[in-house]
Ligand binder design. Sequence first.
Ligand SMILES: C[S@@+](CC[C@H](N)C(=O)[O-])C[C@H]1O[C@@H](n2cnc3c(N)ncnc32)[C@H](O)[C@@H]1O
Length: 212
Amino acid sequence: MSEKQITTTEILNKVYNAADHEQLMDAYHDWAAKYDSDLVDRFGYVAHIGSAKALDSALGGNYEAVILDAGSGTGLVAEELAKLGYRHMDALDYSKDMLDQARVKKIYRSLFQADMKERLPFDDNSYDAVVCTGTFTYGHVTGDAFSELIRITRPGGPIVFTVREGAYEEYGYRKKMLELETADAWELVSFYDSPYQLEESNFCKMCTYRVR
Ligand SMILES: C[S@@+](CC[C@H](N)C(=O)[O-])C[C@H]1O[C@@H](n2cnc3c(N)ncnc32)[C@H](O)[C@@H]1O
């Protein structure tokens, strides 16, 4: 089957059932060009809107904040942040194809291709805030990545992320979040169920922490 003939359902199956990193990046390679229209228009994806609102609330309208959009994909979250008035966003994603889609929107200061499962290519306290939407989910990035997000965020800075419902308990995110609270690495600001994809009637946990 040629790339063009792969249906959205097949791509979604590839994305959520990827056996390894290579298969996941292969799925995003197939999906990148149609990601926005498929996810937003067909599936009613709204997690990016909810995340931008949560970050705005945590930043209290500090539009000068320098924000890392981790697992940025095509830049849906940063587009929402830009609408709210934020101007200093960087993107990080492992998929070159997704970053290529994000780049043409011209909303990011810089774009970085890097693996969130490894040490991130930034110094400690590099960012005023981090947002990570749709990336803590099945077959993507585990809670082991939280420590790196904390390291690169300045003390007092917010980290906003979604965890796909179901994966939250099943994939150990909850355990890791609580461990980091107990270790006083971050403190919980807010935690609530937020719509993820309206057409599928599913939710995510919208989590906001503040780095200690
Ligand atoms: C569902 S998309 C979410 C994109 C965007 N945040 C949004 O809300 O539309 C998940 C993104 O995570 C990225 N990703 C998956 N595993 C990753 C990893 N190990 N390191 C960095 N990015 C990763 C994928 O390439 C993809 O762009």
